[in-house]
Design a protein around this ligand. Sequence first.
Ligand code: GLU
Length: 598
Amino acid sequence: MRIRPVLGVLTLSGALLVAPSPAFAGGGPAPALGPTATGYGGAVSTVDPTATAVGIDVLRRGGNAVDAAVAAAATLGVTEPFSAGIGGGGFFVYYDARKRSVQTIDGRESGPATMKESHFIDPADGLPYDFAEARVSGLSVGTPGTLATWESATKKWGTRSLASLLQPAAKVADRGFPVDATFRQQIADNAAPFGQFDSTKALYLPGGQPPAVGSIQRNPDLADTYRLIARQGTGVLYRGAVARDIVRTVQNPPVSSTPAGAWAYPIRPGTLTLSDLARYDLRHPAPTRSTFRDLTVYGMNTPSSGGIAVSEALNILETAGLSKSDVTKALHYYLEATALSFADRNRYVGAYTPQPVVKKLISDEWAKQRACQINPAKALTKPVPPGNLNDSGCTPAKAGGPTEQGQSTTNLTVADRWGNIVEYTFTIEQTGGNAMVVPGRGFLLNNELTDFNFTNTQAPAADPNLPGPNKRPRSSMSPTIVLKDGKPFLALGSPGGATIITTVLQILLNRVVLGQSLPQAMAAPRASQRNSAGIQAEPAFRTTYGPSLTALGHTFAADVPELGAATAIEFTKHGGFIASAEPARRGSGAAAVVHPAR
Ligand code: GLU
């Protein structure tokens, strides 16, 4: 369990170890933090109480949703460093209440200019690297987009300087925060790769071991890096001293001469250069937009597959006339719809998917063409083939397609009193990224380029997600904003690799079709069918729904302990907020509002 309430620095027993977070100096009482908060004046939901508290404080002091989101995100870079930070990338979706429009920032990592399709093929034997070998290498590192995202968001839509929004996070990094069981476990799970690098060992394996639960974790190097960025601007990470340190780390991984533990693979250098960093560009693609009943659903366009897959699956569900009176039918269609949309995603979606193809995949016509295969009485055999873009009948194309999984990344949801909303998912890919802390800078590098397929998964058809020069790997991140009658209704997102798509969809299904409250929809047990033979499910899902779904022909793979770590905010009719975080998954999250309802 997380430790709460938290000003950033409480021990498990509740004793105050370090002075309260300066974010609260004069800022009023600390917000009540739990998985659900209802009230007014603005709301924040993240996976971490310190980050949520920082976001709420920014809102209380008159900052808007973008200001609060960036300050909370910078704090997550300190307290959730294995999921996200300035060494990674992500997708920022913003609803502007005044303009009534949804805009996005694609801050996805991009590959080196020299990257070839064979990037992850071992020249020695012509075979793809093992995933772990590719991950813990310089080859996996893309140019980080996170800091550029924060700068662009604050400049375009915020009211505070990025420099000021980095300060609370810098203070948390300096003063430290208590290690909880999740933090410790994430290090324990990464002990072997972390132990290979002096910089990572020094920060996260003190005395060769993961830090004890309740001990205080500090990161003065990251505090200094944040302050350096505050003084010199983000250019320091793209063209200055930090850029040089990133490139040096990629090209000459700081491998320890006294590693802690064994690592089975050679640690390969990468080819990312200073000019790759200097040329990094954010993109601002139009969001995906689709409708489900009386809702309009906005999501992330390519290079994420999130908005496309969520929209396609929702459109398929809409063809089925689902209702809360038949939960088995709703779940049956949910599992079939995601299998079909993953087949299409794997075949058609990558960084360069033409927008007419995106439009087609999220159209009602396409959903009808795909849904016509679903038998209400019998599950389809998985994997299902992708649909044929040139055919309007029920004929599928030839089969092919991998399934992916993962459990990293973080998500936050913020809304302000003016009605602006931020839904932001960001990541360093695997939990622990590529395992290299940039020496002297206090942050881990991403391994995002391993989101490319290493070899063609769609042969004889083309694979849209192979590496290429400057290319961004396909993502599953699905920051989603839903309007009803033109007004905000729900904003949500989650980590979880490719399961992000199914988690976002399942929360929507629970809330909108099955009529659950948002906290119920978040807490409900999850399952993920990504077009593989067996459904991945949390034990409680299989226990509850397994018998009826198995009777329809669905098969379950081995249980997974948990899927996702979502955050969400629902907007009530009278300008109020229901902020919602996980009640249990990943050690539980933290939701708060500026003025709690009595
Ligand atoms: N890198 C993954 C993606 O962009 C997210 C990683 C995860 O959530 O585990 O889809």
